[in-house]
Design a protein around this ligand. Structure first.
Ligand code: COS
Length: 380
């Protein structure tokens, strides 16, 4: 067993840490307050290769491994989880899905621009009545020979307005249930494709979340990903990797809050000494550190599984379930250690606490992860 990271992996982690400190930290509070998309920062992340990390160079990506990707996700999320979710969706759900299952034409037309960060993408599965129950798709993609006609609504779509390319899951043949679902590539501006208003959110407020409305959108058949009826499997396979990215985001939120709380405890005095000298605070830090380290091992293991061709449905689901709980617990304790200051925006931990919650909800709630985990452990 070798826990050592390569020189390249360490360098990319350091580059992400520097970028987060110099480019994401200034303005992160204002972007959160105003629900402002980090346009400039996303452009720079594209230049650094963070938007197509696991995509091969041939298609405009950085050709790195999943371990490097999760380390970058952790570093970005320590500072700005709104920026990191944009990275996660573009990498895990959009670029990975297209490179793994797309046709050569789709890769040339869309993937190159997505992986290089020239444009960003969105993954559109959730609906008003189909979030966890993902097979109950109401959006339809009716087969008209050389094209599909798409109708319906998608909800809570990350990069909803900022994306140019949308991977949309829709039902073609309801009689075939999940085997009648297709994944289609839609472009912003296609006639009949409308973007709903921006959601007002509790956390990750810098990322833009919208509903999408499709009214008779004509989508050419060459925009279907995989064989007819492959859409649900496409969504499941893609989300399995996406969950590793979100687990890394949760880990980053937790470790960012922990680092702030630790530093604060060394300077804030109460009862004649720095508060870290009180066991009530020191023990909180001990618990936080231990849980974060355990989460980090789970995230890295899931990433390593993916890099080594092992099944990662189980390790990714466990990593997300655990890391998102650690993110919630740690950020709540980080606010507590900061006391009154924890409730004030300039200390950052209240934002991290709000940002943490979504990691227990998107790309499969904690309850969905428990379905995936329990089915896996009970099958043999
Ligand atoms: N990889 C490949 N195929 C998968 C899979 C995976 N990880 N998980 C399920 N499938 C396949 C199954 O094998 C089955 O296909 P076959 O009938 O050909 O065997 C099909 O998908 C349906 O699976 P299942 O019968 O298990 O469907 P369920 O309705 O019971 O639900 C869960 C499966 C709950 C796992 C799925 O609906 C899910 O992940 N829901 C959450 C979706 C989500 O993350 N939403 C958030 C939106 S993105 S922000």
């Amino acid at each position: 067993m070798d826990f050592k990271l390569s020189e390249e992996q360490l360098l990319i982690k350091e580059a992400a840490r520097d970028f987060a400190k110099t480019e994401l930290l200034p303005g992160v509070i204002e972007r959160d307050e105003k629900q402002e998309f980090p346009t400039e920062q996303v452009k720079k992340m594209g230049e650094l290769g963070f938007l197509g990390m696991m995509t091969s160079a041939e298609y405009g990506g950085s050709g790195m491994d999943t371990v490097s990707y999760v380390m970058v996700m952790e570093e970005l999320s320590k500072v700005d989880a709104s920026a990191s979710v944009i990275v996660s969706v573009n990498n895990s759900l959009v670029c990975w899905g297209l490179e793994t299952y797309g046709t050569e034409e789709q890769k040339q037309k869309y993937l190159k621009r997505l992986a290089s960060g020239e444009i960003i993408g969105a993954f559109c599965l959730s609906e008003p009545e189909a979030g966890s129950d993902a097979t109950s798709q109401k959006t339809t993609a009716i087969d008209k020979g050389d094209h599909y006609i798409v109708n319906g609504t998608k909800n809570w779509i990350t990069n909803g307005n900022s994306a140019d390319v949308y991977l949309v899951i829709a039902q073609t043949d309801p009689e075939k249930k999940h085997k009648g679902i297709n994944a289609l590539i839609l472009e912003k501006g296609m006639p009949g494709f409308e973007i709903g208003p921006k959601e007002q959110k509790l956390g990750i407020r810098g990322s833009d979340t919208h509903s999408l409305i499709f009214n008779d959108v004509k989508v050419p058949k060459e925009n279907r990903i995989g064989e007819d009826g492959f859409g649900f499997k496409f969504a499941m396979k893609t989300l399995a990797g996406g969950r590793i990215g979100i687990a890394a985001q949760a880990l980053g939120i937790a470790s960012g809050a922990y680092e702030l709380a630790k530093e604060y405890s060394k300077v804030r005095k109460a009862f004649g000494t720095e508060i870290c000298n009180h066991q009530a605070i020191a023990f909180k830090l001990a618990d936080m550190h231990t849980q974060i380290e355990a989460a980090r091992h789970m995230v890295l293991k899931a990433a390593w599984d993916k890099d080594n061709g092992n099944d990662y449905d189980l390790s990714g689901a466990m990593a997300k379930l655990y890391a998102s709980q650690v993110a919630m617990d740690t950020t709540i304790e980080a606010v507590q250690i900061h006391g009154g200051n924890g409730y004030v925006k300039e200390y950052h931990v209240e934002r991290l606490m709000r940002d943490a919650k979504i990691t227990q909800i998107y790309e499969g709630t904690s309850e969905i992860q428990k379905i995936v985990i329990s089915r896996s452990v009970l099958k043999d």
